[in-house]
Design a protein. Structure first.
Length: 360
C-alpha cells in the first residue's frame, strides 16, 4: 500500500507543465496559475496533509530500490521537459507579450525546468548508469547549469557543512549574498575539480576531454539551434527565443540556489585533530517531511538522509527525527528566504535551539 501511494504521488510534478500550458491557453492573469499552485496551494496542502515521517521497512528497501517504475518516472520527465521547453520557444516566437506576461511566462517555465527539472537532474546525476548521467546533463543543459554535475557530486558532497563549500550557506548570511558566492565559486570550483581530474590522467586543462568546455558550449549550441529553427519557421529573426531561454535559465538555477540556501543554512561539521572534517551524517542538513512537496520534489526534502547516503534512490530516503527540521516545505521556505529579516527571525532561533538539544 505504501509503495502504491508513492507511485501515484510521484506523477504529481506533471501538474506544473500542465498549469503552464493551461495558463497560457486561458491568457491574461491566468499565466500566474503555476505560481499560485507552487507558492500558495502547495504550502497550504502541506499544512492540511499530515507530515510523512514513515520509512520503508528495512526488509523492503532492496526490492523498492530496484523497481524500474521509479527510474521510469524520472526518464519520462526528461522528455516532458524537452517538449515543454520547445513549446515555450514556439509560444514566445509568436506571442505579443507585455512585460508582465513575459515575466509570468518565463518564471513559470523556470518553475518547471528549475523546480522539477533540476531536481530530477540531481537525482539522476548521482547514479552510475550512463543513460542516467546523460539525462542529468541534458536537463542541466536546458538551464545553462551543467557545471552542477561536477561541482555537486565531486565538490558539494565532499565539502558540505564546511567553509570550503560554496553551496553551504553560513549562519547570518542572507540569500542574495549567498547566491552571488555560490554561483560564482561553484562555477570556478567545477573548473578546479575538472582540472585536477585531467591532471591525474595526464591531460592538459585545454583538452577535448575537459567536460567544462563542453558544458559551456552545449547550452549556447542549443540556443543557436533554437534561434535558427524558429527564425526559419517565422521567416524573421526571433530574438525572443534566446532571450527567453537564457532568462528562464537564470531563474531556474536561482531556484536551485534558493534550495541550496535553505538545505544547509548554518550547518557545520567539526574539524578533527587530523585536519579532516567529521563524517557527514543526517545532522548536517535541514530536513522536511511535508507530504505534498516531497511528492513534487521526488523526496529531495529528505535531504538529511540523501547527504548521509548519497547512493540511495529517492524512493527509499528516510526521515530522521534527530535531524534539524525546517518549519515548512521548500515552496514556503523559498519565499521566506527571499526576505532576509523574516528568514533570520524564523531560522536563527530554531538553529540555536536544535544545537542546544544536541549538546544535551
Amino acid at each position: 500500500m505504501f509503495s502504491s501511494l508513492k507511485k501515484i504521488g510521484f506523477f504529481s510534478p506533471l501538474i506544473l507543465p500542465s498549469l503552464l500550458v493551461l495558463g497560457y491557453q486561458l491568457g491574461g492573469s491566468n499565466l500566474w496559475l503555476i505560481h499560485g499552485f507552487v507558492f500558495i496551494l502547495v504550502p497550504l496542502m502541506d499544512r492540511w496533509v499530515s507530515r510523512d515521517t514513515s520509512n520503508i521497512p528495512k526488509e523492503a528497501i532492496c526490492k523498492v530500490s530496484k523497481e524500474y517504475f521509479y527510474k521510469l518516472v524520472t526518464y519520462i520527465w526528461v522528455y516532458v521537459q524537452l517538449g515543454i521547453l520547445i513549446w515555450g520557444f514556439y509560444v514566445v516566437s509568436l506571442a505579443d507579450f507585455v512585460w508582465w506576461e513575459w515575466l509570468a511566462f518565463t518564471s513559470g517555465m523556470a518553475l518547471v525546468t528549475g523546480g522539477i527539472g533540476i531536481t530530477v537532474a540531481h537525482e539522476l546525476g548521482h547514479k552510475t548508469e550512463k543513460i542516467q548521467q546523460v539525462y542529468a546533463q541534458f536537463l542541466l543543459m536546458t538551464v545553462c547549469y551543467m557545471h552542477f554535475f561536477i561541482e555537486h557530486n565531486r565538490g558539494h558532497h565532499v565539502r558540505v557543512a564546511t567553509p570550503e563549500d560554496p553551496a553551504t550557506s553560513r549562519f547570518g548570511e542572507n540569500f542574495y549574498t549567498f547566491w552571488v558566492r555560490s554561483v560564482r565559486d561553484g562555477f570556478f570550483s567545477a573548473w578546479d575539480l575538472e582540472r585536477t581530474r585531467l591532471a591525474k590522467i595526464g591531460l592538459p586543462v585545454w583538452s577535448i576531454r575537459n567536460q567544462m568546455i563542453w558544458f559551456q558550449i552545449a547550452p549556447l549550441a542549443f540556443a543557436a539551434v533554437a534561434l535558427f529553427g524558429f527564425s526559419s519557421l517565422q521567416n524573421r529573426l526571433v530574438w525572443e527565443v534566446p532571450l527567453f531561454f537564457f532568462g528562464q535559465s537564470v531563474l531556474a538555477f536561482s531556484l536551485l540556489e534558493a534550495v541550496n540556501y535553505l538545505e544547509h543554512y548554518g550547518m557545520e561539521r567539526k574539524k578533527l585533530t587530523t585536519g579532516y572534517y567529521e563524517k557527514v551524517t543526517p545532522l548536517h542538513s535541514w530536513n522536511a517531511s511535508e507530504s505534498v512537496s516531497n511528492f513534487l520534489l521526488f523526496q529531495l526534502q529528505r535531504h538529511s538522509d540523501h547527504h548521509a547516503y548519497a547512493f540511495k534512490p529517492y524512493q527509499v530516503l528516510n526521515h530522521y527525527d534527530e535531524s534539524p527540521q525546517l518549519p515548512a516545505g521548500y515552496s514556503a521556505m523559498i519565499l521566506v528566504a527571499f526576505f532576509p529579516p523574516l528568514w533570520f527571525s524564523m531560522m536563527n532561533p530554531r538553529l540555536e535551539r536544535w544545537k542546544q538539544t544536541l549538546q544535551g
